[in-house]
Design a protein around this ligand. Structure first.
Ligand SMILES: C[S@@+](CC[C@H](N)C(=O)[O-])C[C@H]1O[C@@H](n2cnc3c(N)ncnc32)[C@H](O)[C@@H]1O
Length: 374
């Protein structure tokens, strides 16, 4: 492998993560990965259930590695790839069989990346959900040793405290070896190696599994804008039974929640909550109301749900945040899902909603989470 490029040429290898729910469309997703106007991948190596290593044809670029165009961002493949990293160093090996793996790997990471002065070093396992914890602890021990070798500096304390726009050294380890690269968290699409913070779902007392989705979405959003202040007022469409509502209330937001169905009785009299049992299509807030944010997790056709969001967006403050679950019920091909995304985003853009990000979160099924601003 070459050293971290100091300007040229850009990396030609990419580690990409395709969530298992999209596995049936892997060939179409891979075919859609290309720098605009450039050729598609020369080869693809699957690395476990979710990751693949793409080898792209070399293209000279005068840009810094973290700013160089990549073959995912802006393509039809992007919504289906939850995280990706240009690979500047790889070591295909079987770590348990390597003598002194941690020491050798840490020294190599230091030799190759110290001069680039990454803001932070983030190392994780290639198979995040594997029941065997071997690689999780290997990743953690490798990170500990690598941090000792890098020059002492005042780095971010937690992954979410990283500057989303400064290069981080990301590294993943698994039974296929070690894969490392420099990328900004925003361009990689997550602060953590492989994606967003793991938010556990269904802990005792959780009202619905959707709660973890908004918790993860709020972590993810820090890639793009600062957190909303406590006390901010959310309008929530399609709130029942209230998993997301309770997550918002736990963060000391105020919530006006709407649903045709009732909320879980545990939310009765919850401070900060106003609930209206109503059809969103016929509900209108008091005229002077201005919300700071809108959350929509209504089921059904995404363009129909978005129509209500657009109607109610006139009750949002300028610059307000919108979090919208773009569901694709009934779409059973890559083309059909891509078309549903395209049409929904076109409607949003025509209604002057600015798309900040569209991503697939850990707990999204065949659906995406979109973030807009008014
Ligand atoms: C996936 S569930 C929402 C789960 C919820 N976000 C949670 O955290 O528990 C979708 C909800 O949208 C509601 N819904 C769909 N269309 C609606 C409409 N036109 N008016 C009111 N509620 C609607 C359904 O009643 C259903 O409760």
């Amino acid at each position: 492998m070459t050293d971290v490029p100091s300007g040229t040429p850009i990396s030609t290898n990419y580690l990409i993560r395709i969530p298992e729910v999209f596995a049936p469309w892997t060939p179409e997703i891979l075919a859609a990965c290309r720098i605009p106007g450039g050729p598609s991948a020369r080869s693809v190596t699957p690395l476990g259930p979710e990751y693949s290593l793409l080898k792209m044809p070399a293209l000279p670029s005068p840009e810094a590695p973290a700013a160089a165009p990549d073959p995912i961002t802006g393509t039809a493949a992007a919504p289906f790839i939850s995280w990706h990293l240009p690979i500047h160093h790889s070591w295909p090996c079987h770590p348990p069989k390597m003598e002194n793996f941690i020491e050798k790997a840490a020294r190599t990471l230091h030799r190759k990346f110290a001069a680039a002065n990454p803001q932070s070093i983030q190392i994780g396992p290639l198979h995040a959900g594997a029941p065997d914890r071997y690689y999780k602890s290997l990743a953690s021990n490798l990170r500990g040793r690598t941090l000792q070798l890098f020059p002492a500096r005042q780095g971010p304390q937690s992954a979410e405290e990283q500057n989303p726009n400064l290069p981080t050294l990301f590294c993943l380890v698994g039974k296929e070896g070690l894969f490392a690269g420099l990328q900004t968290p925003r361009l990689a699409n997550g602060f953590h190696p492989g994606g967003t913070k793991f938010v556990s779902q269904g802990a005792a007392g959780t009202i619905s599994r959707a709660g973890a989705k908004i918790a993860e979405a709020l972590h993810y959003l820090l890639l793009h804008r600062p957190a909303l202040p406590e006390g901010s007022h959310w309008l929530e469409l399609g709130a029942s039974p209230g998993g997301m509502t309770s997550e918002l209330l736990n963060r000391h937001f105020r919530v006006t929640a709407l649903d045709r169905a009732a909320l879980d009785p545990r939310l009765n009299k919850a401070p900060g909550l106003t609930f209206a049992k109503a059809d969103v299509a016929t509900w209108t807030p008091p005229p002077a109301t201005r919300y700071d944010a809108l959350l929509c997790d209504m089921n059904g056709e995404p363009r129909q749900a978005l129509r209500q969001v657009i109607r109610l967006a006139s009750f949002l403050r300028p610059g307000a945040l919108l979090v919208f679950t773009l569901k694709t019920p009934g779409a059973s091909t890559f083309q059909a899902i891509s078309e549903a995304i395209r049409l929904t985003l076109r409607d949003a853009s025509q209604a002057n909603l600015t798309l900040i990000a569209l991503t697939h979160l850990t707990y999204n099924r065949q659906e995406f989470t979109c973030f807009f601003e008014t």
